[in-house]
Design a protein around this ligand. Structure first.
Ligand code: HEM
Length: 319
C-alpha cells in the first residue's frame, strides 16, 4: 500500500469514528444506517427539486394558451415572496445584529428587483384578447388575495403604517390597539364594490381564509417588525449601508412594484369600462397607484420632500 492509499484509509477511519459518535449520541446503530446507504438510490436533480410536482402545478381553467403565462408568473412571484419572508424570519431570529440585517436586506432587494424587472412578462407577454377572456373564468380570484404579499407588509412595519392613509393620524392620536388598526387596514379600500360600496366577495373570501392569521401575525410582530428592529439598533449599527438597503426595499415594495403592476392593469383593463368587470368591479384605478395608497414602511428614512412626492419617482428623485 503506498502512502496515498494509507492516508485515504486513515481519513476513512476518522470519518467512521465521527459517524459512530454522531449516531451513538442519538442511541442509533451506525451499521444499520450504513446498510441503508448501501441499498438507497443515488439522488437525482429531478427528485431533489421535486420537478414533477412543480411542473404539474399549472392547471389552466380555459384553453387559452396565455393563461399558462399568467399562472406561472404568479407562481414565480409567490416563490420570490416566500424567499423574502424566509430572509425576514432569519433577521427576526438575529435581531440586534445590524450587519446581518444589512446583508439579508440586500438579498430581499435582489428578489424585488427581479420581480419589478420581470413584470414586463405580464405587461407585454400576453395577448389582451386572450387575457380578457380567460380572466372572466377566474372570477372572483385576484392577486389581491396573495397572503404572502400582506405578510411581507405585516413583518416590515408597525400596523399603523398599513392603516388607511386618511385615518392614520387620528388612529395614532387615539393610540388605537391592534384589532382597531387592523379593522382599518389599507387594503379594504381596494376591495369595495363600485356600485354598492360593500366588501367584494374577493375580500370576504380572503378575510375568511386569512383574517385570523393576519391578526395573529400583527400581534406577534408588535415591536418586532423590520422597522422596530432597525430603530432598536444602537446608532453605531444603523450605518449608511443598512439605511440605504431599507430605503431601497421600501421603494421597491411600495412604489416600483406597485407601479409596474398598475401598468399591467392599465394595459389590459382600462380601455373599456365593461372590462373593469373583469376585476370584480373594484375601484382599482383609484386604489392601485402608490401615490394614493401612500404606504411607507420606514417613514423616518425619507425626507419631507420625498414623502410629499411619494409614488411619483420622477419628482422624488430617487430612481
Ligand atoms: C395582467 C396582469 C395583472 C393584472 C391586470 C392585475 C390586476 C389587478 C387589479 C385590478 C387589482 C386590484 C384588485 C382587484 O380589483 O382585483 C390587483 C391587485 C393585486 N394584484 Fe394584480 N394584476 C396582474 C398581475 C398580478 C401578478 C402577477 C401578481 C403577483 C402575485 C399580482 C398581485 C396583486 C396584488 C398583491 C394585489 C393587491 C395590491 C394592493 O392591495 O395594493 N397581480 N391586480
Amino acid at each position: 500500500m503506498d502512502t496515498q492509499q494509507a492516508n485515504n484509509q486513515e481519513a476513512l477511519k476518522e470519518q467512521i469514528r465521527k459517524l459512530e459518535e454522531k449516531y451513538a449520541a442519538m442511541g442509533q446503530d451506525l451499521s444499520s444506517y450504513l446498510d441503508g446507504l448501501l441499498y438507497s438510490e443515488y439522488l437525482t436533480y429531478w427528485d431533489y427539486i421535486n420537478l414533477d410536482v412543480l411542473l404539474n402545478l399549472q392547471q389552466p381553467r380555459t384553453a387559452f394558451p396565455d393563461e399558462e403565462v399568467f399562472i406561472m408568473y404568479h407562481q414565480i412571484t409567490e416563490l420570490y415572496f416566500k424567499l423574502c419572508l424566509h430572509e425576514m424570519r432569519q433577521i427576526q431570529e438575529k435581531s440586534g445584529d445590524g450587519a446581518f440585517m444589512a446583508q439579508r436586506l440586500k438579498r430581499m432587494t435582489a428578489y424585488f428587483e427581479s420581480l419589478t424587472k420581470s413584470f414586463s412578462i405580464m405587461i407585454e407577454g400576453m395577448e389582451p384578447e386572450q387575457f380578457l377572456k380567460f380572466r372572466m373564468a377566474l372570477l372572483p380570484a385576484s392577486g389581491f388575495q396573495s397572503a404572502q404579499y400582506r405578510m411581507i407588509e405585516l413583518q416590515a412595519t408597525p400596523l399603523i403604517h398599513l392603516a388607511r392613509h386618511d385615518l392614520r393620524s387620528s388612529l395614532l392620536e387615539q393610540k388605537a390597539d391592534i384589532p382597531t388598526l387592523y379593522s382599518h387596514i389599507y387594503w379594504n379600500q381596494g376591495a369595495t364594490e363600485l356600485a354598492t360600496g360593500k366588501k367584494t366577495l374577493t375580500l370576504r373570501q380572503f378575510e375568511s381564509k386569512y383574517g385570523s392569521t393576519f391578526l395573529a401575525m400583527a400581534h406577534e410582530m408588535e415591536g418586532k417588525t423590520l422597522y422596530d428592529m432597525y430603530l432598536d439598533l444602537p446608532d453605531s449599527e444603523q450605518g449608511p449601508e443598512l439605511k440605504e438597503s431599507l430605503r431601497t426595499f421600501d421603494r421597491q415594495v411600495n412604489i416600483d412594484w406597485p407601479l409596474v403592476h398598475y401598468k399591467s392593469a392599465v394595459r389590459y383593463l382600462k380601455k373599456n369600462p365593461e372590462d373593469i368587470k373583469a376585476t370584480g368591479g373594484t375601484n382599482w384605478q383609484k386604489y392601485l397607484p402608490p401615490k394614493h395608497q401612500f404606504r411607507i414602511f420606514f417613514p423616518d428614512l425619507w425626507t419631507k420632500e420625498e414623502k410629499e412626492h411619494w409614488g411619483v419617482p420622477e419628482k422624488m428623485g430617487v430612481l
